[in-house]
Design a protein around this ligand. Structure first.
Ligand SMILES: [Zn+2]
Length: 256
C-alpha cells in the first residue's frame, strides 16, 4: 500500500469506518480541530497553513462542482495527516490536484484523497461487470462524490479496461500515463502542443466541448501513439475532460 492510502486507512481504523458514507470530509477536518474556511483564492483550489497550535484549510468558494471541492478538502486533509511537520504552508492549483507531477507530497496527498473517497475495495466492487465509457467515469464520480478527474485517475490505476491519459494546459502537453500493462508508445509530445487531430486540440483551437452523449469521440491510433505499417485501423476514442477556468484538458484515450 502506498503512503497516502496507508494514511487514509489509518483514519478509517481510528474512526471505525469502512468508507465515508457516514462521515463527511468536513467531519474529519473538524475532528482534527482544523479551521475550515471558504473564500475566493486566486488560481488555486485549496491551501493549508500549519500553525503551531492550529492549522487552517481554505477552499476556493468559486469551485462549482461539489465533487472537486470534496476532493480538494480530502487532499488538504492528506497534507495535514502526512506533511504537518515538514511545511508551514501548501497551496494547490489545478496542477497539484491533477495527480502525477509536482513532487512527492502532492502525489501522496492525492493518493490519500483517492483512498479516502474511493477506497480500493469499494471501487473495485462498483466497477465490476461495467463496461468502460465516459458515462462510467461520470457514474463513479457521482457515486463516490468526487471529481471526474480523480475518478479517471483511480480508474487508470486499478480499473479493468486499459486507458491512457494525456494532461495538457494552455495548449501544451504536460504529461501522459498509460494503465499498468498497457503498452502503447506515445508520440514525442511532452511540452508540445497536443496533436492537431486530437479532441484536446479542438478545445484549444475552437473552444469545442462535446455534450455528454458525444463524449466519446472517434480518433485514430496515430493521433496520440506511434504507429507502424502493420498496425490495424482499429477505432480509438478520446474523451476530453475540460477544466475551463484553468485552461486544462485531461484526454482519456482507449480502444473498445
Ligand atoms: Zn497539495
Amino acid at each position: 500500500m502506498n503512503k497516502g492510502a496507508f494514511a487514509a486507512q489509518k483514519i478509517f481504523n481510528e474512526f471505525g469506518l469502512d468508507d465515508l458514507s457516514e462521515f463527511s470530509v468536513e467531519d474529519l477536518i473538524h475532528a482534527r480541530d482544523i479551521i475550515l474556511e471558504e473564500k475566493k483564492i486566486q488560481n488555486a483550489d485549496g491551501r493549508i497553513v500549519f500553525g503551531n497550535n492550529k492549522s487552517k484549510i481554505s477552499v476556493n468558494s468559486d469551485i462549482k462542482h461539489s465533487g472537486r471541492r470534496r476532493f480538494t478538502l480530502a487532499h488538504e486533509l492528506g497534507h495535514f495527516e502526512m506533511h504537518h511537520n515538514i511545511n508551514t504552508q501548501l497551496e494547490d492549483n489545478s496542477l497539484t490536484l491533477d495527480y502525477f507531477k509536482s513532487g512527492n507530497q502532492e502525489y501522496e496527498a492525492n493518493q490519500f484523497a483517492t483512498e479516502l473517497l474511493m477506497p480500493q475495495s469499494s471501487f473495485l466492487n462498483f466497477i465490476t461487470g461495467k463496461l468502460f465509457s465516459p458515462a462510467l467515469l461520470r457514474e463513479i464520480a457521482e457515486h463516490f462524490q468526487t471529481s471526474i478527474t480523480s475518478a479517471t485517475f483511480r480508474y487508470l490505476e486499478i480499473g479493468k479496461h486499459p486507458i491512457s491519459v494525456f494532461y495538457s494546459k494552455d495548449k501544451k502537453v504536460i504529461y501522459w500515463k498509460n494503465s499498468p500493462n498497457y503498452f502503447r508508445k506515445v508520440k514525442e509530445i511532452t511540452r508540445l502542443a497536443p496533436p492537431d487531430d486530437s479532441v484536446a486540440m479542438e478545445f484549444y483551437k475552437a473552444g469545442t466541448i462535446y455534450t455528454k452523449n458525444d463524449s466519446a469521440q472517434e480518433i485514430v491510433k496515430s493521433t496520440w501513439f506511434e504507429t507502424k505499417d502493420y498496425d490495424s485501423a482499429d477505432a480509438y476514442y478520446e474523451f476530453a475532460i475540460v477544466t475551463k477556468d484553468f485552461n486544462t484538458v485531461l484526454s482519456v484515450v482507449w480502444e473498445d
